[in-house]
Design a protein around this ligand. Structure first.
Ligand SMILES: Cc1cc2nc3c(=O)[nH]c(=O)nc-3n(C[C@H](O)[C@H](O)[C@H](O)COP(=O)(O)OP(=O)(O)OC[C@H]3O[C@@H](n4cnc5c(N)ncnc54)[C@H](O)[C@@H]3O)c2cc1C
Length: 139
């Protein structure tokens, strides 16, 4: 990849920027992509970012469109869809009545560890990373 020329520059190496890079590379494999971010990567594998509970629709995008099903199955947790909890909010959580399915039903949703997910997407090498701590990415 010519490091002085990029066809696409994405500002922000969060889940949106990283998945956009993957999607663009799927469509146009020769595309030279740079992602600018002010954070130094890789992220430490601690909860710097909140966990991500996908909806089934979001999971469909990740598994089918971005072709990450095998990866998600191996590295993240399946989730039992939308769950509703009733009863006394001051009582013990595990004792509260709960409504939801009791077995995993396709299409699966996932609980994703964001730090691991974003670090792993970086390993796919769909793009060149540029630390933008000294560059101002104007929103
Ligand atoms: C408490 C909480 C719980 C949530 N739970 C869920 C959930 O369960 N399920 C769900 O789907 N969503 C959830 N969300 C929402 C979800 O986290 C966001 O929608 C998602 O992180 C947005 O991704 P993003 O890539 O757009 O932004 P981010 O992940 O914030 O990434 C943006 C990146 O851009 C970089 N950046 C920003 N500005 C600049 C700049 N000027 N120059 C250079 N780099 C820059 C940042 O460093 C960062 O790396 C939750 C959010 C919060 C706060």
């Amino acid at each position: 990849m010519n490091q002085n020329h990029y066809d696409v520059v994405i500002c922000g190496a969060g889940i949106a920027g990283l998945t956009l890079a993957r999607k663009l590379k799927q469509k146009i494999p020769n595309l030279a992509i740079a992602i600018l971010d002010r954070l130094t990567r890789p992220l430490p594998e601690v909860t710097l970012k909140v966990g991500e509970a996908t909806t089934e629709l979001g999971a469909y995008y990740l598994t089918e469109v971005l072709e990450l099903e095998e990866y998600l199955e191996n590295r993240h947790l399946r989730k039992l869809g939308l769950r509703l909890f009733f009863g006394d909010t001051n009582g013990d959580f595990q004792n509260r009545p709960e409504a939801g399915v009791s077995k995993f039903l396709p299409p699966y949703a996932y609980s994703i560890d964001r730090d691991i997910f974003e670090n792993d997407l970086r390993q796919l090498r769909d793009f060149q990373e540029i630390n933008a701590s000294k560059i101002y990415c104007k929103p």
